[in-house]
Design a protein around this ligand. Structure first.
Ligand SMILES: [Zn+2]
Length: 180
């Protein structure tokens, strides 16, 4: 479903990003050993950063929710375990439960914020299946609106200004504890 690799193509739009915030997106900053090692893994590094630069929307015991740097739609976020594991079957029972709970809450929060018509939920398991960062499991939560598929390829190539991502993070983070 979601091909994250498209976001890693180098192009002239990367200058739109705030460099200190998103250094890992550009090829020259790709860590030695790539994203496979925890030391270079964006999903291991994000929780160590402070908000808002981390783009983390909510932090749980075992999992956290973080905005996608290359959103397919506004509000596109991912729920990740803190633990650097690749495969869904590697999650323990507590991680499995909290990942599901965070996914449900993310849907409620996005609904309250932006009234999408539907969602795509899912995990790409393995690079062959479209996972851009295959070494660290992440569940996509993508809000959908009628007709958005017509311009999704355009959106997918568009780098959202960091300020817009920061605004989205702020909105969702504020709603996260409030939504029933
Ligand atoms: Zn990781």
């Amino acid at each position: 479903m979601v091909d994250e690799r498209r976001g890693q193509d180098p192009d002239g739009l990367e200058r739109l990003w705030t460099p200190h915030r998103m250094t890992y997106i550009s090829g020259e900053d790709r860590p030695e050993g790539g994203y496979e090692q925890p030391s270079g893994c964006p999903f291991c590094l994000a929780p160590g950063r402070a908000e808002p630069d981390s783009l983390v929307v909510a932090r749980g015991e075992k999992v956290f929710a973080v905005l996608n740097l290359y959103p397919y739609n506004p509000g596109h976020l991912m729920v990740c375990p803190y633990r650097h594991v690749a495969d869904y079957t590697e999650l323990d029972a507590a991680e499995t439960v909290e990942l599901a709970e965070f996914t449900q809450r993310a849907m409620r929060v996005i609904r309250s914020a932006s009234r999408p018509h539907g969602f795509n939920l899912g995990m790409n398991q393995g690079a062959v299946a479209g996972a851009g960062i295959a070494a660290h499991l992440h569940q996509h939560v993508v809000p959908r609106w009628g007709g958005d598929a017509n311009f999704m390829p355009v959106i997918g190539r568009t780098k959202v200004l960091p300020q817009l991502l920061a605004d989205t993070r702020e909105m969702l983070a504020k709603a996260w504890p409030e939504v029933a």
